[in-house]
Design a protein around this ligand. Structure first.
Ligand code: CP
Length: 313
């Protein structure tokens, strides 16, 4: 399901729907706050008061480990009150509509709703019914803005604050990936160059209009790249046989040591997780020294702390 609505500047700054409409200055501010939170945390600080007196509801209608847990930790470290609601436990299972459920939560004077939903555009749509601020924790095939902020933070930590000109290859299931869309938007705004590669059946029509180069052959895509990002094969969304078999996908598009030999000598590997080991990436690469997957997870909490703080500036 796709839901399209117009959005105003006020809505963009007071909510986080996506990276596409987020001004570059806001991105830089969020990344700077995240780095500051990390510095303070590493130095032993655990309690912050940015969300003192605020209540945050997590409403996840798709499964999650990283995003959900890091938002939970972020709210708790910032001194906020946390409410967790999932589809199976809510009155939606008794027939209440989604809109009525969200309005019920809103009536309890919640300050922020963090929502993950399978419908593209759902966070913006539901925001029309609520007075709470909304953070998109992943909507269908549209955007996953906090993951893109995590990826940008991780790159800046590795390559320095100016990632302009960095060459980044995103490989795999671009069609179903909200992370790919948000990553493309954020890397473009920060001046990096993005190329994508994957089976043509998993390449969205018009992807070139995002300002990226498209290569059928991942060996050409990764040539002299500084960063290689593998995307998860989204088995739950693969209903039409987009590729002949997993072993064939892995053979032609899986990220392995041999593929990375064509990249820059300083190449690093990232994966938003969860990963299908030995499908879109070999265990050898995932566990290697150039893999930043665990740093991405660590940075997730600081980025989400920063996004929450930024809503109440
Ligand atoms: N990257 C990501 O969104 O992971 P989770 O589904 O575990 O939250």
């Amino acid at each position: 399901m796709l839901i399209f609505l117009n959005r105003g500047e006020f809505e963009i700054i007071n909510n986080l729907f996506g990276i596409k409409d987020l001004p570059r200055e806001e991105i830089v501010k969020i990344l700077n706050f995240a780095a500051e939170f990390k510095r303070e945390f590493v130095n032993g600080k655990r309690c912050f008061d940015n969300l003192c007196g605020k209540t945050v509801a997590l409403m996840f209608f798709e499964n999650s480990t990283r995003t959900r847990v890091s938002f939970e930790l972020a709210v708790k470290h910032l001194g906020g009150v946390l409410i967790n609601i999932s589809l199976g436990e809510s009155s939606i299972s008794k027939g209440e509509s989604l809109v009525d459920t969200f309005k019920t939560i809103d009536a309890m004077k919640i300050d922020v709703v963090v929502v993950r939903h399978e419908a593209s555009g759902f966070p913006l749509y539901i925001s029309k019914f609520l007075s709470a601020k909304i953070i998109n924790a992943g909507d269908g095939l549209n955007e996953h803005p906090t993951q893109a902020l995590v990826d940008a933070m991780t790159l800046i930590e590795r390559f320095g604050s100016n990632i302009k000109g960095l060459k980044i290859a995103i490989i795999g299931d671009i069609l179903h990936s909200r992370v790919a869309r948000s990553d493309i938007y954020i890397f473009d705004k920060l001046g990096a160059k993005v190329v994508v590669s994957g089976p043509l059946t998993l390449m969205p029509v018009g992807i070139e209009n995002f300002g990226v180069k498209v290569y059928g052959d991942p060996k050409i895509a990764v040539k002299e790249c500084d960063v290689v990002i593998a995307l998860r094969i989204q088995k739950e969304r693969q209903k039409k046989g987009f590729f002949p078999s997993e072993s064939e996908f892995s053979k032609f598009f899986g990220v392995n040591q041999e593929l990375l030999e064509g990249a820059s000598s300083r190449v690093i590997f990232m994966h938003p997780g969860p990963a299908n080991r030995n499908l879109e990436v070999t265990s050898e690469v995932l566990n290697s020294e150039i893999s930043l997957k665990d740093i991405q997870v660590t940075n997730g909490m600081f980025v989400r702390m920063s996004v929450l703080k930024n809503l109440f500036k």
